[in-house]
Each structure stands twice: as structure tokens, then as C-alpha cells.
Design a protein around this ligand. Sequence first.
Ligand SMILES: *[C@@H]1O[C@H](CO)[C@@H](O)[C@H](O)[C@H]1NC(C)=O
Ligand SMILES: *[C@@H]1O[C@H](CO)[C@@H](O)[C@H](O)[C@H]1NC(C)=O
Ligand SMILES: *[C@@H]1O[C@H](CO)[C@@H](O)[C@H](O)[C@H]1NC(C)=O
Ligand SMILES: *[C@@H]1O[C@H](CO)[C@@H](O)[C@H](O)[C@H]1NC(C)=O
Ligand SMILES: *[C@@H]1O[C@H](CO)[C@@H](O)[C@H](O)[C@H]1NC(C)=O
Ligand SMILES: *[C@@H]1O[C@H](CO)[C@@H](O)[C@H](O)[C@H]1NC(C)=O
Length: 664
Amino acid sequence: MIYKLSFAIALCFSLCFDLSIAESYVLDDKIGLGRTFDGIGGLSGGGATSRLLVNYAEPYRSQILDYLFKPNFGASLQILKVEIGGDAQTTDGTEPSHMHYENDENFFRGYEWWLMREAKKRNPNITLIGLPWAFPGWVGHGKNWPYDFPDITASYVVSWILGAEQYHDLNIDYVGIWNERNFDSKYIKVLRDTLDKVGLTGVGIIAADGNWDVSNAMGVDPYLNDAVEVVGAHYPGTTTVIEALKTQKKLWSSEDYSTFNDEVGGGCWARILNQNYVNGLMTATISWNLVASYYEDLPFGRDGLMTAEEPWTGNYVVESPIWITAHTTQFSQPGWTYLQTVGHLVHGGSYVALTDSKGNLTVVIETMTHDHSVCIRPPLLPFNVTAQNVTFQLKGSFASIKELQVWQSKFDFKTKKPFFFKKLSPLKIYDGSFTLSLDVDEVYTLTTISTGQKGTYPDPPASGPFPKVYFDDFNVANPSFSEAPDFADQTGVFEYYINLTDPGPHVFTLRQVVTQMPVTWATDADQTISVIGDYKWQNLTVMCDVFMETVKTGGVFIAVRVDKGGQSVRSAKGVFFWVFADGSYKVTNDLVGKTVLAEGLSGTRAYGWHTLTLTVEGEYATGLLNGYPLWKNAVVLGPKNGWAAIGTHSFELAQFDNFAVEVK
Ligand SMILES: *[C@@H]1O[C@H](CO)[C@@H](O)[C@H](O)[C@H]1NC(C)=O
Ligand SMILES: *[C@@H]1O[C@H](CO)[C@@H](O)[C@H](O)[C@H]1NC(C)=O
Ligand SMILES: *[C@@H]1O[C@H](CO)[C@@H](O)[C@H](O)[C@H]1NC(C)=O
Ligand SMILES: *[C@@H]1O[C@H](CO)[C@@H](O)[C@H](O)[C@H]1NC(C)=O
Ligand SMILES: *[C@@H]1O[C@H](CO)[C@@H](O)[C@H](O)[C@H]1NC(C)=O
Ligand SMILES: *[C@@H]1O[C@H](CO)[C@@H](O)[C@H](O)[C@H]1NC(C)=O
């Protein structure tokens, strides 16, 4: 890389003594090729980042999926990575495991299966990856650690891959270890053996989805080295380490971006998509997250390639990262090869070039300035970018190219009139070279591929708040998804449940099903909780039928003004109205139940239905049990607003029915 950069500078010094003359860069395949391109992707999960997407009505849901996956339309993503749900909080929610319990198997929970099918429907060639963040408690035998019984953990992960194939006709291409947690060499080898034993020899292992350290271990352990197909690092800041290069494995930025998806986010994405290869020889980059489809007030709101966080209106926003992705994905496919002639531009910015080895050429240039391309992490050292004229000389197979298609994005922070992925007139090539006048904060694609398209749909419905009146009786005989619309589980898993022996109105309910603390990734609460609604809600009534299934020690709650979720769920405050199977009730100001606002006797028991009503207005809260006042005028000084919620006192089975909200 250093060689190429100094080459460009040397070329410049001989040619650009007059500043109006452009610096010159050579694009040549005859001096040898670079690494094989593996694609650009999005990550759904880690955690629950696509939660609200599934609840969009058609045609909006399909439109969003088209912007993400449909080839030659929008982002045209080449990789979809999903979380292998582990029943635990993994950033913005929990995702259900296919095995809540040791003797349990169900491959229809959650929405990742559906998402993979929809992606595959649009792009049959898309690469699929699964990675666990957390595991059900039984996998760890009660310890918060998945490696003590490597055979059990490996079988659990492999069963997910087999289920994908058996129930959804999905072939998983790669599987990871444990997201951003210590890897265990023995476990990686056991996982490889377990995959091979069931014939999944084609499923590659990515390790270790954290820093580059696994490459040190691979250097001294040939069996480990054999077991790993891709060294995947997170947020590498576009650089790699010598040990990783020495493995001679594919190097991927297997999770990156995680930046608010405004124009600076788009700039971050443009810079790292090029420079992850230029600086770090990484041949795939995967965005956390795929689509920001979770309540925006949860951690890392809107850190996705596009925004779809309003299933209740159908509103979604195609943000700039979608079009920045298209600059590469619409004009180069996995299996194409980078040229060795890639690098930095003399006055800042970078260029990559890829070929399909049939004579096609795609060049992507970015001139993102420092302040307009800062990613959430790691810190970005200062650098300067200025407007510049650049000449590219086409050599080798490309010498005879006569015309290139041109696509431009201009962030234009000055005039605030950015445009993205605009097709310009084709560029005629004379004498095998062309010159571009580059401004700062631009992205260009120059390519022999003529199939690019800026896909569009009519504007979606206008943005609007969550409805002020909401009701769900969970009466769905054949739900498409295991989760009820708009409930965002923050600890535990709440699923549709059918009790066919119930004689009355509670055949169809929503049931919390996690009965043991999972092997966690974040810090789950000791209680389970699912939030819903508008974070701005202040004055409202929530009503819900509840059914405890744990005698004596069971407990359930409904809540309003819940102010925290995601990784911070343990410290959630709000107004929580609990009833317990021992016949008592409590009103607390926090999820942990430390700050008690009211308490007393309720007569509530397990295995019977009770109706809870909670009203909060200003600084006063009131609770009804089965329609009769149980407590009133509890003083609530804070929080002033937050979501509504339901949940349980511990990891215990419990059911909820006829959930209703009315906001004043
Ligand atoms: C999938 O890949 C094959 C082989 O590379 C290619 O011929 C085909 O056009 C691709 N299909 C799509 C939908 O991209
Ligand atoms: C480029 O790709 C297109 C589409 O795959 C193909 O038809 C063409 O032969 C390739 N080569 C050149 C030099 O355009
Ligand atoms: C960027 O340019 C400014 C002004 O010319 C200069 O002071 C600074 O050292 C440059 N920074 C870098 C990282 O080159
Ligand atoms: C680029 O070239 C044009 C035409 O020769 C010249 O007017 C302009 O000043 C040059 N830009 C830079 C940044 O050198
Ligand atoms: C199912 O309904 C029957 C009849 O009301 C009740 O006895 C039983 O406890 C219910 N079981 C569950 C798990 O809800
Ligand atoms: C909630 O009620 C209080 C007291 O009645 C009032 O001051 C406040 O403005 C209300 N908030 C909203 C959003 O209506």
C-alpha cells in the first residue's frame, strides 16, 4: 500500500509541478491482482434491530426490503448477517432462541428466518451468516459462559443451521463464535468438527467477531488455523494487524458503521467501504445495523443503513448509506477481484478498483473530509482533504475501454443540498485515460457495468406518533411471527400462546417464556420486560389481564413512563404496578423494585386471571384490580415520560391478555 501511495506521489511530482495539472493514478491488472471481493452487508440483530420492520403493512414492508436487498435497485446488499437469538438482551432488545429449553426446538420464532427468506427471494446469491450474541441459560449449565461444554454449545449452534435448511430452505454460508466476547480455541475446533460431522463442510467459520487477537492464536495453532475461514474484526478503523495478514485468510470487517444515519453517517460509510480495503485489505464490510427498525429512544437509535421505525404509519426513510452502498454493490459482485492499484488520493480521499476478470472495471472514489465522515468508533485521527483534479490511466485489460458509466453522490454540507447516486453522462475515454475534477465530500463510481439503477417508490405515508389508543387481544390463530406487533422485549421473550383447554376468553394470550437467566451478552434485568408505544407518553391509562404461572413466588407488572431499555434496562425507572402470587401488590418507581410508592394486599393468586389498570397523570398514579380501586394518588416525581410495558418479577412463565392503552 505504501509502495502504491509513494508511486502515485512520485508520479505526481514529475507531472504536477503546475498545480492545475491533475495527479495521475494507474489502474492496471497486469501487474497482478489484489484480494477477492466478498461483498457488503447488513446485520440484523445484535439485538432486535429489525423488530418493528415485520409489523409494517404491505406494500411498505416489501418496499423497504427492496431498497435493502433487490439487486440493481438500492443498497443491493450482498451479505445478510443475522443474530442467532439467545433469549437475552443484545443491545436494543432480546431475540428468541430456537431452543428456549434443552428439549425444545422451534424454527419459527422471531423474524430473522423471515428476513433471510425475503433477502434470498430478492437475491438468491446473497451470503448468509449467523452469529450468537447470547445463549439460553441451559447451554451454560447455569454459568454465564458458553465454552465449558463445547459439544453442547456447538450442537446448539449447528442445530440452528440445520433448522435453517430443513424448515426454510436456507443455506447458511458462515457462522461465528460469540459476538465480541472471548473466543476459545477448543470450542472453535469442536464447532468445526460438529459442522463437518453433519455434512456442513461448506459452512465457514468466522472468528472471532471482536479484535484481531484470534490471528495470534491461529499463528501458533495449525488446527485452529484450519478451522477458521475468515478472520472477522469489529470496528477496525480501516486497519488490520500483521498477525492477521500472516494468516493469509480472508479478512473482514464483520461489524462496522454503527453511526447515526444522517449525512455524516453516510460519509463514514463511504470512507470505510473504500478504506477498509485500501488500508486493511478487508474484503467485506458489514453494517450494524441493517435497518434501524427499533424504537429510536433505545440505545444507538437510527444507526442503520436506513430507517423504518414507524410500522403504525408505514413511514420509512431511505437514508444516504443506502445509496453509498449502491456505489459499490450495483457494480461489483462477490467473486470480483480488487486491483493492486488502489490507494489514497494525494489531496485526500481514496480509490478502489475491481474487476470481474472478464474485462469489466469498477472504480469507486471517495473524498470524504474528516468531520463529515466520523464514525461512532474508533476515534478518527485528523487528515485533510481538498478539491483536486485526478487523472486515471487505464492499463492492461482496461487500456481499450472507450466509455465508463458515471454515478455521483455529493454530500454538499455547505449548501445542504446533497444528492446521492445520480447517473451522469457516460465518460468518453481517449488514449486510455480520463480526468475528474473532484470536490470534497463526494463519491464517484466509474464503471463498464451499465445496469445500475436508482430504484424508487412513491413517497411512503407521512411520519406520525404511535397511536394514542391501542388494543391487542392477541387473538391470532396462525401468527406469521411469534411476537405480537410493536412489543419490544428487553429482558425475557414474550410469545403468542394458545391454551386450547381454556374455556373462556383467554385461549389466545401473550406469554413470557424464558425461565432462567440466559448466558448474557449485555446486562439483562432480573425481571422480564417488554416495552411498547411512544417514549414521549406522559399521562395515560394502561389496562391488561394477567395470569401468573408460578405459585407463591410469582409476580407480574404493567408499567408506564418506562425510561430505559436496551443495555440499560436494569436501571429502568417508571411507574410499575405489580401483583404477586402471594396475594400482595406493590407500586414501584423502578424495575428492580427498590423504590416503593405503595404496597398492600391484593388477594391475587397464580392460575387465575386478574385485570390490572394503571393510570398516571402529572404527579399522581392510581391502580385498579379487576375494575375496583386498589390504591390511589401515589406520588410520581419522575420520570416524566416513557414507554408502556408489561413484565414479570423473575424469569418465570406468565401470560398477558387484552392489553389496552389510552393516552390523554
Ligand atoms: C447469481 O450468481 C450467478 C453466478 O455468479 C449469476 O449468473 C447470477 O446472475 C446471479 N444472480 C443474481 C440474481 O444476481
Ligand atoms: C462486463 O459484464 C457484462 C455483464 O456481465 C458482460 O456482458 C461483458 O462481456 C463484460 N465485459 C466487458 C468488457 O464489458
Ligand atoms: C491540515 O491542514 C492544516 C492547514 O493547512 C494544517 O495545519 C494541518 O497540519 C493539516 N493536518 C494534517 C493532518 O495534515
Ligand atoms: C482542476 O483543473 C481545472 C481546469 O484545468 C482548473 O481550473 C482547476 O483549478 C483545477 N482544480 C484544482 C483543485 O487544481
Ligand atoms: C389453560 O387453561 C386451563 C383452563 O382454564 C387452566 O386450568 C390452565 O392453567 C391453563 N394453562 C395455561 C398454561 O395457561
Ligand atoms: C400531563 O399532565 C400534567 C398534569 O395534568 C400536565 O401538566 C402535563 O402537561 C400533561 N402532559 C401532557 C403531555 O399532556
